[in-house]
Write a protein that binds this ligand. Sequence first.
Ligand code: AVJ
Ligand code: FE
Length: 447
Amino acid sequence: MTTLHDFTDPTTLTDDALRQHIAAELDRARQRTSALADAVDEQDLVSQHSPLMSPLVWDYAHIANQEEIWLVRDVGRHDAVRSDIDDMYDAFQNARADRPALPLLSPVQTRGYVAQVRDKVLDVLNSARLNADPLTQAGFAFGMVVQHEQQHDETMLATHQLRRTGPALHAPTPAPDRATGLPAEIFLPAGGFTMGTSTEAWALDNERPAHEVQVDAFFLDTTPVTNGQFAAFLDAGGYDDERWWSVGGWAHRHRANLSAPLFWFRNDNGDWYRRSFGTVLPVAADEPVVHVCYYEAEAYAAWAGRRLPTEAEWEKAARWDPDTQRSRRYPWGDADPTPVHANLGQQHLRPALAGSYPAGASPLGVHQLMGDVWEWTSSTLSAYPGFRPFPYDEYTKVFLGSDYRVLRGGSFGTDRAACRGTFRNWDYPIRRQIFAGFRTARNAGRA
Ligand code: AVJ
Ligand code: FE
């Protein structure tokens, strides 16, 4: 059987069906990568739009280089297509700011390389033994490569957002169903829940293994914090009031001269606008705020008399089913995301209004946990008990520690292949070019 509750579970597929599923997912990722690259001219592809980002052409070739390393060489045991460029496209050997100075493949060479690798990968996919070892179990390495490409597609989308040279991408404004009259917050009762997964076939190393976590009772915002709510903090002088900021946050607020979310500006009348993919939009009061760093989220929460949720609280809200006491794959259940559930997959280039996607809400009524905006949590990136780096230390292990904060839930720029209830993203607490917002929580005390 291929589907159970509209859930394509790679562990249940025959080898043939698994090969077809993988081919479709690889193709879906490539369509998006090509669209992001083809939306701009060659000069635009090779130039650096921000020191925070690579030139788009670097991401493009890096996607293929990783695909070559894992699938052509490792799974397929084929000769290298181009081992001479591994160092250039190794993220650890070259900081983003330095990548434009490398002798990168040109756009034409990149497209040739990308196509050549994909050809060989489709050969490998047809001939490789699946379910032969941990790397090929349920097609894991292919799933990892699909996710890697989709992750870089979100990175490329962030680069598009930083471009200053006019609109290149176009997408309709989200207009999903929207619930109104929602309560401001939802109560989550105290108790254990299963965090992480040992069964999701393409879950990455840091999501494993499943383990029981106790969570005290808490309240969580029903929706992500909106622009209107965030503007109230701003209007109340929140950026200039040290009381709301952590020590690190206050230092950064001054160092970076923060005074509003990234891309916001005021017109002569004092109305807020924001730059969005080469266009200018009025800041919509009911839309989740995006492009705030962790420190801004933390300060807003303190001002509101609240706090950011921990990662465990976020995941309990997103996965725990009070009826069965089990953790599910998504807030709405086990079915893969569709356009009625969440604003994912670059179908829209902005978050949907707060209260949207009631079909994607959790059983207790928490909305928009998946999609729209990544949500900052108060947690640093830690290893779950029993964590084993797989298949390489550089996906997670080298990032463990206190430098990063965990983000959950995915954004409008995240593909469904690269996010789920257990998925963990992370970034530096100062980063704002990512599609990140947040929601707040508070302790509920003992019942
Ligand atoms: C997990 C999203 C932080 O984009 O830096 C891409 C994913 N790892 N290539 C990133 C990743 C290697 C990573 N994040
Ligand atoms: Fe990468």
